[in-house]
Ligand binder design. Structure first.
Ligand SMILES: Nc1nc2c(ncn2[C@@H]2O[C@H](COP(=O)(O)OP(=O)(O)OP(=O)(O)O)[C@@H](O)[C@H]2O)c(=O)[nH]1
Ligand SMILES: [Mg+2]
Length: 178
């Protein structure tokens, strides 16, 4: 599974939060947008790999388009792509471009709203409803359920972890409750 989104949206932080039970896994995050320059792979034993991508938009690496588009088009064992959207600012123009790319390539993806600890309840609701409307009306390949997370407070992280284990074929949904 891989994680894409605008620079600074919290991709690396989310991967770090997902690995919170394995603190020896080092995932580098930064306040400065454009921090992740290369595609980074984090293996979960022999089961699956989490792939951290450089961000698009502000301070994106020059070779972003070739690097990321080639990866997305050619990685046939990619089970799901997570498109991260900032919970404070909501869907931006560059996110629409990313959605167009995923739709064009026919890649199944899931939207994740990040940094929900930083958004007021009203703002969060506005951004959730906006995304829901967008997903319903304008997308084909997007999973209908939006995931809300805070990598700082770990909200939503456990459910997303279960979902990832599930989409990679390591957790049947009917056993999820046991
Ligand atoms: N409050 C809050 N801050 C967050 C959260 N997730 C990330 N941040 C902060 O946002 C900044 C960017 O986080 P990164 O995880 O490096 O973002 P990224 O998407 O990997 O950025 P690039 O690698 O530059 O594309 C850092 O200062 C993080 O501490 C969150 O859930 N809550
Ligand atoms: Mg990063």
């Amino acid at each position: 599974v891989c994680f894409i989104g605008r620079s600074n949206v919290g991709k690396s932080s989310l991967i770090r939060a997902l690995f919170s039970l394995s603190p020896e896994v080092e995932v580098r995050v930064s306040k400065t947008p454009g921090h992740t320059k290369k595609i980074n792979f984090f293996k979960v034993g022999k089961y699956f790999t989490l792939v951290d991508m450089p961000g698009y938009g502000y301070r994106a690496p020059q070779d972003f388009v070739e690097m990321v588009e080639d990866y997305l088009q050619e990685r046939h064992n990619l089970k799901r792509t997570f498109l991260l959207v900032d919970g404070v600012v909501g869907l931006q123009k560059t996110d629409h471009t990313a959605v167009e790319m995923l739709e064009e390539f026919g890649i199944p993806y899931v939207m994740v709203l990040t940094k929900i600890d930083r958004a007021s309840r009203g703002l969060l609701l506005k951004n959730v409803l906006e995304i829901q409307e967008f997903v319903k009306g304008k997308t084909q390949g997007c999973f209908p359920q939006l995931f809300l997370v805070s990598s700082l407070e770990f909200s939503g992280v456990h459910l997303l972890r279960c979902f990832i284990v599930h989409v990679t074929g390591n957790l049947p949904a009917e056993e999820a409750g046991s």
